[in-house]
Design a protein around this ligand. Structure first.
Ligand code: SF4
Length: 332
């Protein structure tokens, strides 16, 4: 099964409750960035440029818990920056479990061995490792030699010790299909539980040409979709069809909300117009319909899962054929 049963059950109950309460905009995932500092400086990372002035600021543990409680999302994605250099990460993760949350720890895995000494495997925990390709590509993407060789053995040990480990791969303009196939085959062999794939987003602040325009994304993902069918790719079938241009989806930016040391980032995970003091302020002061319809110029080339996987899930509940395809895919 592609996702743990407990996660599916908790998500189902949560969504049913939100609908019964008549809520239109509710979060599924809280992207919690307790800090933006990192032990790497990757070429495709918008955070280290956008948050240069507050790079060394950190959220207090209490602030993290207040944010988790205020927004109520069932999944907390602890990211950053590198969350494993946030000192109280073990307490933060335990606090999430105590609240019945599912945790996705988004890490570059450089400090994974040390993490395993502090946090035991848990049914609500997934370690999600950022891995952009095989040795040469990944090291180039993270702008540091030797990282691939450092993290792969640690990932293997994590799988052997019973942690649920998945990967997140950003597809850039020069990512090759053959290399993706090789990467997924290797990860399958290691027992990694699944792979997320997403086209890189052209952050304005970065101004480089490693990202694809929408038409390129469509062409690339027609081929990548075939590769995905042979491996445990976690991107849903409808989202993959959206990436090939076969289906259209509106955005659901409220489903993945971001909290960082500056506040609640709005309107979405990718673009920043303001930081709000509270989740309520983010919810009340954002023109969700405008961004749902992707009317902003900055939405033009965006196909990132943070905006569209929730829309795909919503669509699955409205169409029998999409639901059937989704059900088969989850069980496969
Ligand atoms: S389309 Fe992308 S950039 Fe626009 S609101 Fe949605 S997630 Fe944000």
């Amino acid at each position: 099964m592609r996702f743990p049963l407990r996660l599916q059950y908790d998500l189902f109950l949560y969504i049913a409750k939100q609908r019964l309460a008549g809520k239109k905009h509710y979060p599924l995932v809280l992207m919690l960035e307790p800090l933006h500092a990192c032990n790497l400086a990757c070429a495709g990372c918008g955070r280290i440029v956008e948050y240069e002035d507050t790079y060394y600021e950190k959220m207090a543990l209490d602030e993290c818990f207040e944010s988790i409680d205020e927004c109520g999302a069932p999944i907390v994605s602890i990211c950053g920056g590198e969350p494993l250099i946030y000192k109280p990460y073990a307490e933060l993760i335990q606090g999430c479990f105590d609240r019945g949350k599912h945790v996705q720890l988004c890490t570059n895995a450089i400090l994974l061995d040390r993490f395993m000494e502090k946090v035991a495997p848990h049914p609500n925990l997934t370690i999600q490792v950022h891995l952009d390709g095989m040795r040469e590509t990944h090291d180039r993407s993270v702008c540091q030699e030797g990282v691939f060789d450092q993290v792969i053995p640690q990932m293997k040990r994590a799988v052997e010790r019973g942690y649920r480990v998945s990967t997140n791969t950003t597809i850039f303009r020069d990512t090759s299909d053959a290399e993706l196939e090789e990467l997924f085959t290797m990860l399958d062999g290691m027992g990694v539980h699944g792979f997320l794939i997403t086209p890189g987003y052209a952050y304005e602040v970065l101004g480089n040409d490693i990202y694809m325009a929408k038409s390129e994304v469509h062409r690339r993902f027609e081929r990548i979709r075939k590769i995905a069918q042979r491996h445990k790719v976690l991107s849903t079938p409808l989202y993959l069809r959206f990436l090939t241009g076969e289906r259209e989806l509106l955005c659901s930016p409220w489903a993945n909300v971001t909290r960082n040391p500056r506040g609640w980032k709005g309107p979405c995970y990718l673009i920043t117009d303001s930081h709000h003091r509270t989740y309520r302020e983010l919810l009340e002061n954002t023109d969700w319909e405008f961004f749902r319809q992707r009317r902003d110029k900055r939405c033009e080339n965006c196909k990132l899962h943070s905006g569209f996987e929730a829309s795909a899930a919503e669509q699955v509940t409205r169409s029998f054929s999409d639901a059937l395809e989704f059900g088969r895919w989850v069980l496969r």
